[in-house]
Design a protein around this ligand. Structure first.
Ligand SMILES: C[S@@+](CC[C@H](N)C(=O)[O-])C[C@H]1O[C@@H](n2cnc3c(N)ncnc32)[C@H](O)[C@@H]1O
Length: 238
């Protein structure tokens, strides 16, 4: 994965690299009935925000963050230092070994594709194990131009029913779903706006370009915040 250094510099200073709140992790853990000495993977963990929450709500579990970008791995390791039940390493979430009782993945499965990713993860799940992942969805009906522009980089985006069908076609049963609009996006874009403001005064031309792109993304979201959504999906292999 070739990512410009300016992009990494901006995003590695954020609390997380996509929308999500701790309460969503807690909801998934409760809804799946998880507790005890489990083995949990945070696939595409970024700088480790959800590893921390998983460790908080599953204190007897072993949490393993897997992340492709070395700078994010370093930031996650620094943030999680001192938590004995959490480790983060550089790796490819397409080739997990496990066996895991839970594979959690916020906003990252998209990089593999639902079918390819869920098929690969199936072999890394312990008996009775579950996946919990968030993924962009369209809400259906006539979309405002801002929403179409916002999702233009993701031409394969589908709606809630389409995503559910993809999960089922990959051999999983959907346990529950939760729509993520509003607050998780506002929190994420708040930190992104702060990151942009901090880097802007000393920005090189290459950094200006990255900051401008991030600002455009925030501006599009602000035009239709109630229409831009992730769906958090809980599922188990059939
Ligand atoms: C949108 S970010 C979300 C990060 C984190 N889950 C969060 O919510 O803050 C997606 C993450 O997936 C990582 N990623 C993408 N493909 C990957 C792969 N094949 N293996 C491991 N990590 C990957 C990216 O580097 C990025 O950190």
């Amino acid at each position: 994965m070739e990512i410009p250094t300016e992009f990494i510099e901006l995003y590695s200073r954020l609390d997380r690299q996509g929308p999500g709140l701790p309460e969503e992790v807690r909801w998934a853990v409760t809804r799946l009935g998880l507790c005890g000495a489990l083995r949990v993977c945070d696939a595409g963990c970024g700088t480790g925000a959800d590893c921390q929450t998983l460790a908080d709500c599953l204190p007897d579990a072993r949490i393993e963050g897997i992340e492709a970008v070395p700078e994010f791995v370093e930031a996650a390791q620094a943030r999680l230092d001192g938590l004995p039940n959490v480790s983060v390493r550089r790796g490819d979430m397409a080739v997990l070994s496990g066996p895991y009782d839970l594979i959690w993945s916020a906003g990252a499965l998209y990089f593999l594709g639902v079918d390819k990713g869920l098929t690969a993860w199936r072999g890394a799940l312990a008996p009775g194990g579950a996946v919990a992942f968030s993924q962009a969805v369209l809400l259906g009906g006539e979309e405002p131009q801002a929403v179409r522009d916002f999702w233009a980089p993701e031409p394969d985006i589908t709606d809630r029913e389409g995503l559910r069908a993809q999960v089922e076609a990959a051999g999983y049963e959907v346990v529950d779903t939760r729509l993520l609009t509003g607050a998780p996006w506002a929190a994420y874009y708040g930190t992104l706006a702060a990151g942009i403001a901090a880097l802007r005064p000393e920005a090189s031309p290459a950094m200006e370009e990255v900051l401008d792109g991030a600002e455009r993304e925030i501006a599009l979201w602000q035009q239709a915040p109630e229409r831009i959504a992730y769906l958090l999906v809980l599922a188990r292999p059939r």
